[in-house]
Design a protein. Structure first.
Lengths: 323, 417, 321
């Protein structure tokens, strides 16, 4: 069945709303407008205004209300337009969602899913394009997932809703229109493990979300030159499935991390540090990182392109590692 | 001194609002204290008459220190203060003049043998720079430049260790795994394996191939009657708790070590065409791992340890070898190796020498067999001891003397204790 | 209000007052650490608001919540043991004075972010409404929260969706050390709340009877489906913001003036004058409270420290599907 990332996400929402009456969707323009990026188009008509709630531009209030509703026995799905806007609700996510279980000595739990768009590539400039999922991955008490494939876009939401803890689901904005084949019976998938998207012997390429495609493209080009790169999709950014990454490094002895976040204090830094901690004696070359340039994302296309990790950069990094 | 806030560890009495003889009530403000954040009024939690003020104005004391005594003699807070003797004044030590130098410069100076105190600093604030240290160096005497450092990737370094290759001999400037040859190049100190994966197999393969390729082995064997030794051991073990019992393998190990000291021609290394006897005995003990493969940790001079102690060491080292947690001292190169396959039921072992050692002692299973005792046929516990030795380093007669010594030692177990 | 109800109010206020007075001593003695915000002076609010809620109603509170917790019925020993960091504390030693929780009583915590509890209250009310339960969520916060964006977002959202939230603003006229008039252009907080389209009125927060009556009226309206209400409870804290401060931000005379309106002597006098209370009855209340307090201290002292081996518990659920 041919479908798109957007349709797969919508199908997941539809399944969740149909399966569990405690589930509801809430956010800015998720109803009448159909979702800022069209993900929830048609759901208001199908499930009604009690299940699909348009909220005012009050990120802190509606994210916090999602947390409160989760405490009160519901299974809310909160949509925030972009990760940049989520900063208006950071207080609620950090100080309430992530801490209530611990602060209450295990009495409370927050079974909430927050979906948001992340990433650049659409010339939306510096307040709609950043990749801040690494910040959230810093926070104990949260789970952070990033679907990179249609199957994950289709399958991660339900598993996240079953989780007793808050799950942040990052949808890369450049993926919404990506189309591909999805099994008609595609359903829930795990949100605990990383996946090897392409096996290889010579180098380990670690990516997630939007950069998985970049890594796969680079691996394809490298294969033409006889360099066999393995591509790992992290899928879950917290807690990290480090074992899958380390096992791969132990086979290939080279590590290249591709991250659309900035290099400094990033997920790519975390992955590199884990390799240094737990697989140093398997590394045959310094770890390479391909990250976004340390600038706010600019508007002009040539500038934005130059700021982001490109397949060319990944190819060059792998070549350095295997040289 | 009450705790007046989360960040308060001590406080200074700024003012006493009461004096001895004053009557105070619970909740009255009695003093003002500086918490370093603010001046805060201190209230009391008891009623009574102020007997005396303990802490004078201006004094800083830790939280929990009693400040004053109220009425019935109860202290306001905390335990009664111990009478404190006036501390003797501590003479101030003369301080060395402060030397400003960054850690890398200090390291450099240390390596170059330059005393920083004698160097004049020209850097910021009088700090000593690398150039200052260089200027203080004695003029060179035509010493050769040290060779440029070779960078070795961590993985290549690990492979080199496993394959007994000195990474410094490999071509630089950067050594990768592919640059590490599969077999060792020259004599390097023996190092047992730590890794249990394919690396270990590779290392064993390379080492054993090298041994059979380079070493002209000769083999001797002798059967030793262990009747006396085992009887003695049984007697010894009767008096101790189960976990302190000594097994025959430990006795064999001890006898081997003592024999090696008596026949030093088998104890040492063959390096660059000649035998280097070792002053001490360090026995390698082959430990087979459950998942396959083999580690050879070494024990320092088992001949000198008491049998009980050797037994404990042996148990520990086998456990550590099997769990991959050998200590670095147990990875020191051995001078002679013992392999005991008796547990597995074999009669005798014709072993392969671990280069650069020159001999390997093997023991088979201890089993009861017919044996001539005097002129009668008896049943005795016997063990076959074998010796594989390097014919370049010694001859059959040496080997025979070694096995003879071993036999003799085992007939007098009490001397091995 | 009948004698029994007035006596109940008095007993509750004395209970909270004596508890906190003892907390001061325990803090000075380093038995309690961290930040501790005292409620002394504001007891009429807790004593009036919380008992006026019905069974199953939810409460969201602030970091100055000892009084709320006690008035809701969380045992004194569980509250004190929490401040001691003990296993028998109501948050198992992970919250301390500022983060008391009791899921069973639907007490959703002391929230130490000013304004941070309001969105939770809106969400709890939303969940109850969605599940068709006729329950009310009481959300207590101070005048400082009115300056936060979350206050305005939440009043708007609750009114927009007609959610069953009782917003209780405990206006003690100081956000930490900043006087209301130095922080807010419009200091009539009820007026501001009413601009969001909900009933809002000021209440004498030093009078527990007035607080009770106002709360009952508001709860009835909310439970009837009229949407949220806002009470501005004008009150005053007699002590420092957190344990001790130099109180440079207010005049002693001002504190003294407010102390004249201390709700405990006021209600005591009023009941005496009406012949509802004599010395013996008052002494009985005091001695019962003292007994409860002594038992709570003994329980807190006897409680085991929460074990360090369990440090990382309660970060994620211990069981996942």
């Amino acid at each position: 069945m041919t479908t798109t990332y957007r349709q797969a996400l919508r199908e997941a929402l539809r399944e969740a709303l149909a399966k569990d009456e405690r589930v509801f969707l809430m956010g800015e323009d998720v109803g009448a407008y159909g979702g800022c990026f069209g993900v929830s188009l048609g759901l208001l008509e199908e499930f009604g205004p009690e299940r699909v709630l348009d909220t005012p531009m009050s990120e802190s209030a509606f994210v916090g209300a999602g947390i409160g509703a989760a405490l009160g026995g519901m299974r809310p799905i909160v949509e925030i337009m972009t990760v940049n806007f989520s900063l208006l609700a950071l207080d609620q996510i950090m100080n309430n969602a992530a801490t209530l279980r611990h602060m209450s000595g295990g009495q409370l739990g927050v079974p909430l899913v927050i979906r948001m768009t992340t990433g650049a590539g659409r010339q939306l400039a510096a307040q709609h394009s950043h990749s801040l999922e690494g910040w959230y991955a810093h926070i104990p008490g949260l789970r952070v997932v990033a679907p990179a494939t249609l199957a994950d876009a289709r399958g991660m939401l339900w598993t996240a809703l079953l989780d007793p803890d808050p799950v942040l689901l990052f949808e890369h904005g450049a993926l919404y229109n990506v189309s591909g084949e999805l099994e008609p019976d595609a359903g829930p998938v795990d949100i605990d493990t990383a996946a090897i998207r392409r096996p290889g012997r010579d180098a380990t390429l670690v990516a997630y979300g939007g950069t998985v495609r970049t890594a796969l493209e680079a691996a394809g080009r490298l294969a033409a030159d006889g360099i066999d790169a393995e591509v790992i999709d992290l899928r879950t950014l917290r807690p990290l499935d480090v074992e899958t990454v380390l096992a791969s490094v132990r086979r290939t002895h080279r590590l290249v991390v591709v991250d659309e976040g900035w290099r400094t204090g990033s997920l790519s830094a975390e992955i590199s540090a884990r390799a240094a901690e737990f697989a140093l004696y398997d590394l045959d070359a310094p770890v390479e990182r391909v990250c976004t340039e340390e600038v706010p994302i600019p508007y002009a296309k040539q500038l934005e392109d130059a700021a982001l990790p490109r397949a060319d950069d990944v190819v060059a990094a792998v070549r350095r590692a295997v040289s | 001194m009450p705790s007046l806030g989360a960040d308060m560890d001590e406080g200074t009495v700024l003012e006493w609002l009461v004096a001895p003889g004053d009557v105070v009530h619970k909740g009255d403000v009695v003093a003002v204290v500086d918490t370093s954040k603010a001046a805060v009024e201190v209230e009391c939690f008891d009623s009574g008459t102020i007997e005396r003020l303990i802490v004078p104005v201006g004094e800083t004391v830790p939280v929990g220190t009693p400040l004053a005594v109220i009425g019935d003699g109860r202290l306001r807070a905390g335990p009664a203060p111990e009478p404190v003797a006036e501390p003797a004044p501590v003479p101030e030590l003369p301080r060395p003049p402060k030397v400003l130098a960054s850690p890398p410069v200090r390291t450099y100076a240390k390596q170059a043998g330059v005393d920083l105190a004698s160097v004049h600093g020209t850097g910021r604030g009088g700090a000593i720079t690398r150039a200052d240290v260089a200027r203080a160096l004695p003029p060179p005497h035509g010493e050769p430049e040290p060779p440029p450092a070779v960078k070795v990737s961590p993985y290549a370094r690990r492979l080199a260790r496993e394959r007994h290759v000195d990474p410094a001999t490999l071509p630089g400037p950067v050594v990768h795994a592919r640059d590490v040859p599969a077999t060792a190049r020259g004599p390097v100190p023996e190092q047992p394996e730590r890794d249990r994966g394919g690396g270990m197999r590779e290392a064993i393969a390379s080492l054993m191939s090298r041994s059979t390729k380079e070493i002209p082995h000769y083999y001797l064997s002798t059967t030793i009657d262990l009747h006396t030794a085992l009887e003695w051991l049984r007697e010894h073990n009767r008096g101790v708790s189960v976990h302190r019992r000594v097994v025959p393998a430990a006795l064999l190990l001890k006898a081997t070590a003592v024999a090696a000291a008596e026949v030093p021609a088998l104890n040492g290394h063959w390096i660059e065409g000649c035998f280097h006897p070792s002053g001490t005995v360090r026995l390698g003990v082959a430990v087979s791992l459950r998942g396959g493969g083999l580690l050879v940790p070494s024990l320092e001079d088992p001949g000198a340890s008491a049998l009980d102690e050797l037994m404990r060491t042996l148990t520990g080292v086998v456990t550590r070898a099997r769990s991959g947690r050998l200590r670095s001292s147990e990875l020191e190169p051995a001078t002679l190796t013992v392999t005991n396959l008796g547990d597995l039921g074999v009669e005798s072992v014709q072993g392969v020498i671990y280069p650069p050692q020159v001999a390997l002692v093997g023991f088979g299973a201890i089993s009861k067999r017919p044996w001539a005792v005097g002129d009668l046929l008896g049943v005795r516990p016997l063990v076959t001891a074998t010796l594989a030795a390097d014919h370049r380093a010694n001859d059959g007669a040496t080997g025979a003397r070694f096995l003879g010594t071993l036999d003799r030692l085992l007939q007098r177990p009490e001397e091995l204790r | 209000m009948n004698v029994k109800e007035r006596e109940r109010l008095l007993r509750q206020m004395i209970r909270i007052r004596r508890f906190e007075e003892r907390c001061v001593e325990l803090y000075s003695d380093s038995k309690i650490r961290g930040f501790m915000h005292l409620y002394i002076g504001e007891e009429a609010v807790a004593a009036g608001v919380l008992p006026a809620l019905g069974p199953g109603d939810a409460v969201v509170s602030t970091y100055r919540e000892h009084g709320h917790a006690l008035a809701l019925g969380i045992p004194m020993e569980a509250v004190l043991a929490e401040m001691y960091g003990r296993t028998n504390g109501c948050s198992r030693g992970r919250g301390g004075s500022m983060h008391l929780f009791d899921a069973g009583r639907r007490f959703y915590g002391g929230n130490a972010i000013v304004g941070g509890g309001l969105p939770l209250a809106v969400g709890l009310a939303l969940a109850d409404a969605m599940q068709g339960k006729a329950l009310v969520t009481a959300c207590l916060f101070g005048d400082g929260a009115v300056a936060e964006g979350e206050f305005h977002e939440c009043l708007n959202l609750a009114a927009l969706w007609r959610l069953p939230v009782l917003f209780c603003c405990e206006n003690n006229f100081y956000a930490m050390g900043t006087a209301l008039r130095r922080a807010q252009a419009q200091t009539d907080l009820a007026l501001r709340a009413s601009s969001y389209g909900m009933p809002a009125w000021p209440v004498d927060g030093m009078d527990p009877v007035a607080v009770t009556e106002a709360t009952e009226r508001a709860v009835e309206s909310i439970r009837g489906g009229a949407g949220p209400c806002f009470l501005e409870l004008r009150t005053y804290r007699f002590r420092a913001h957190s344990m001790y401060d130099a109180e440079r931000y207010r005049a002693k005379s001002e504190v003294e003036e407010w102390r004249q309106r201390d709700p405990i002597p006021r209600l005591t006098e009023s009941m005496r004058n009406d012949g509802e209370l004599d010395d013996a009855a008052l002494a009985a209340i005091e001695s019962e409270v003292e007994e409860e307090l002594a038992a709570a201290i003994a329980a807190a002292e006897a409680g085991a420290p929460e074990p360090v081996e369990g440090l990382t518990r309660f970060v994620y659920a211990e069981r996942r599907p």
